[in-house]
Each structure stands twice: as C-alpha cells, then as structure tokens.
Design a protein around this ligand. Structure first.
Ligand code: NDP
Length: 406
C-alpha cells in the first residue's frame, strides 16, 4: 500500500468557484490534507470558505495575497510551509506562483495554462520552459489538472495504456446541458471563458494546426444521458500537449456546447466591442471593456443554487489494437443539483475542483511525484481513474459509440 503523508499541507491560491470545491474536497480527505491555507486577493472570500468548513479534521487558515507579486507569495509560502501550492486563481498568475514555488522548494499544481493579461493567447511554452528548473530542484509541477484540461488527458493516458497500440483520432466533447435561468451568464470566470471562445477554432491534423473562424464549425451530437446538442469546434489548451504526448495521433478536435441564447448575446457583445481586452478611456479612467462586462454579468459562484441539469464531458478515440480498428468513448456525467447539494457549487466548478484535489492528493501520497513540469497525461492514469470514481466523478465506458460526422 502507498504510504500516506500524515502531514499534508496545501496552500490553495484563489477563493472563487473552483477554489471553493477544492477546499470542500480537501476537507473531505483530512487523512491527506491535514492542514490547508486559503489565500487570495480578497481575504473575506477566504474567510467565508473557512467559516463554512471549520470544525472538521482539516485545519484551515486564510491569508491575503496578491499572486501577481512573487515576493508576497514567497513570504506567504515561507510562513505557512506547505508541501504543495494548488493554484486555482487565474491563468495570469501561473508564472509568478511557479517562481515562488521554485524559490521556496514547494510542489505546484494548476488547472489552466499561462496566458499574458494583455494578449488573449494561451500556450504551454511559458510553463514548459520551467521543466529543467523544477527537475533540478527535485520539485513536481502538474499542469492543467481540472477536467478539460485534466481528466481529458487522464482519459487519454488510460485509453493509450489499456486499450490501444495507437490512437489515431481523438474528439473531446464537452457538453453542458445545465440551465441557470439567466439569458447570459458564464459558468466559470467570464473573462477567461470569453477570451477562449471568441478566439479562432483550431485543431490538429496530420502534423499541423488548422484554424477556423470562431464558432464557425458545428454539428449535432447525441450525448449519453443528455440528448442531442449542437457542438462547436473550439481550440482548447490540452490539444497542444495531447498532440505531443499521444502516440500515433493524427487528428484531435475539441467540441463544446453553447446555448443559442448565450451565443446570440455573445455575438452582440462582440459586435459592440464589449468583449475587447483593449483598454478605452471612460470618464477620465482607463477601462477594459471585458473587465467591465465581467463586473456586470452574474458571478459564476452565484449560479450554483439556480442551475439544473447535467454536464457530460468525455473523449472518443479511434485507433488500433493488435492490428484491428478500435473505438472507445469514456465520459463523466455530472449533475449540477447534486454538486450543489454536496459542496454548494455547480458542476463546472465541481468537475474542475475535484480533479485538482485528486492531483494534489496523488502528489502528496507520492504516487505522482516526478521532478519536472508535466501535463497530466504524462503520469500513471490508474490511481487517478480509481480516485475519480471514489471522489464524485465516476466515468462510463462505451466501446461502440456514435461517431462524430467530421
Ligand atoms: P473565479 O474568478 O471564480 O476565481 C478566481 C479567484 O482567483 C478569485 O478568488 C480571485 O480573487 C483570485 N485571484 C485573481 N487574481 C488574483 C491575484 N492576483 N492574486 C490573488 N488571487 C487572485 O475563477 P474560477 O474559480 O472559475 O476559475 C479558477 C481557475 O480555474 C481559472 O484559472 C480557470 O481558467 C480554471 N478553470 C479550469 C477548468 C478546467 O477544466 N481545467 C474549468 C474551469 C476553470 P477575487 O475574488 O479578489 O477576484
């Protein structure tokens, strides 16, 4: 049996929708997470989480930190002395937090890759450039350990390990059939969400990236437990690492559902310039339209009690085993109301926060300790798959799924 580290101390940075789930899930596993510190820009949000969960076996403290400031982070890490930092703030903070981990000798995990604030372009190159420094320091950095990226990579490693000699085609299908009753709201940070979907679509085919105009490729797909949905081709960050790490891969595409109402609002907002990240002067003040839009849209954390329905996120693979064609679909269905009943958050935060906790747990237990900077598909998927079933994200396998049109 793997040895459980009895002194697991985790510093959780961020106190938003995803952080709240991570905190709840760490507290459900006090044998691994003996002590946590929740640190974010707005300390009152950390305190509110602590108040909700105090009294259990996991000891909780809180702190204020500006995670854009490496020196502040170093000071906080040196005073709390965690073994791991779980970064569930925003992608803009990834590099400052990785710098602080290197300076203090602490392991690192995040759920989204670095993106500069002033350019809507996420890529792994900035974080992969830390590989040698983490290796030399004997520290592990686990990148993209949410659902997508995250579980989609674990599913891929599992498919590769157990079912295929080579995977040639892979489709990720991320469907949210939840209804929060608002005509326009995003399920996670609106700024990050809108930057992602207003960008060009992009997929990998035969060694090159092919771009498509934003949301211009769509089809209908019948999803288990959810029904037929319109799915749209998007670029998503795990495509970059999977194209590199999955043996024999020739084509990877990422598909996501959006409601017609949300897309109509988004089109209007885009046409009038509200999704722009270029600052404008307004009444003598510099304002970024997308930041202003974020301020007036519903807070994703407030959607929990209103959201009904399910998500279905999974991967469909086609490839070869023992010289024969093989197809495999693995997915998780998550119910918004059940998530809310358990941890007070909707399924989008839940499906991200649970894998982040599991990744940190496997690292603390020593099962995923590997000095360097790695994407999740580079670790052994088996203990993670087992943990998904145990900690709230059970998965279903289908060896004869309906295939996508393209
Ligand atoms: P939220 O906006 O709800 O929360 C972000 C938190 O980070 C807030 O508490 C915010 O503080 C804090 N924060 C922002 N900037 C700083 C800073 N400079 N210093 C300290 N704290 C800061 O976002 P979510 O919880 O929805 O998302 C968290 C992360 O999860 C994002 O990186 C997102 O991209 C990722 N994600 C990943 C998914 C996956 O499947 N892999 C899916 C969904 C999200 P304040 O409260 O003051 O604003």
């Amino acid at each position: 049996m793997m040895e459980v580290n009895k002194l697991g101390k985790a510093l959780i940075i961020g106190a938003g929708g995803v952080a709240s789930v991570v905190v709840h899930k760490c507290c459900q596993n006090p044998d691994v997470f003996e002590e946590i510190c929740i640190a974010s820009r707005t300390k009152s949000k950390c305190d509110a989480l602590k108040d909700k969960l105090d009294g259990g076996q996991t000891k909780i403290s809180t702190a204020q930190v500006d995670a854009d400031n490496t020196e502040e982070l170093i000071e906080l890490i040196n005073s709390f002395k965690p073994e791991i930092v779980i970064n569930v703030a925003l992608p803009y903070q990834d590099l400052t937090i990785m710098d602080a981990c290197l300076a203090t000798g602490v392991h690192y995990l995040d759920t989204a890759n670095y993106e500069p604030v002033d350019t809507a372009k996420f890529e792994y190159k900035w974080q992969w450039a830390y590989k040698e420094r983490f290796e030399k320091a004997g520290l592990t950095a686990i990148l993209g350990c949410g659902f997508d990226p995250g579980v989609t990579g674990i599913f891929s490693a599992y498919a590769q390990k157990h079912y295929f000699d080579e995977i040639n085609t892979m489709y990720i299908v991320d469907a949210n059939a939840g209804d929060h009753g608002y005509p326009c709201a995003t399920n996670f940070n609106p700024e990050i969400n809108m930057r992602e979907i207003t960008a060009n679509g992009r997929y990998w085919e035969k060694g090159e990236w092919i771009e498509t105009p934003p949301l211009s490729v769509k089809q209908s797909y019948e999803l288990p437990q959810i029904g037929a949905k319109n799915i749209y081709l998007l670029y998503h960050e795990e495509l970059e690492s999977l194209a590199k790490n999955i043996k024999g891969i020739e084509k990877i595409r990422f598909w996501m559902t959006f409601s017609d109402s949300y897309l109509t609002h988004l089109k209007v907002l885009e046409n009038i310039g509200m999704t722009s990240i270029e600052p404008i002067m307004f009444e003598g003040k510099e304002v970024v339209p997308l930041h202003f839009l974020k301020a007036i849209l519903p807070d994703p954390a407030s959607l929990g009690p209103r959201t009904k329905g399910k998500t279905n996120i999974g991967c469909i693979y086609q490839g070869k085993k023992d010289g024969k064609d093989k197809t495999y679909y693995v997915y998780n269905v998550c119910d918004h109301e059940a998530c809310y009943a358990e941890v007070g958050s909707q399924a989008i935060s839940y499906t991200t926060g649970v894998p982040a906790m599991i990744g940190a747990m496997l690292l603390l237990k020593g099962e995923w300790k590997k000095p360097g900077v790695y994407n999740v598909e580079e670790f052994n998927p088996d203990p993670f798959m087992e943990a998904l079933n145990k900690h709230g994200l059970p998965w279903v396998e289908d060896f004869n799924p309906t295939l996508l049109d393209v």
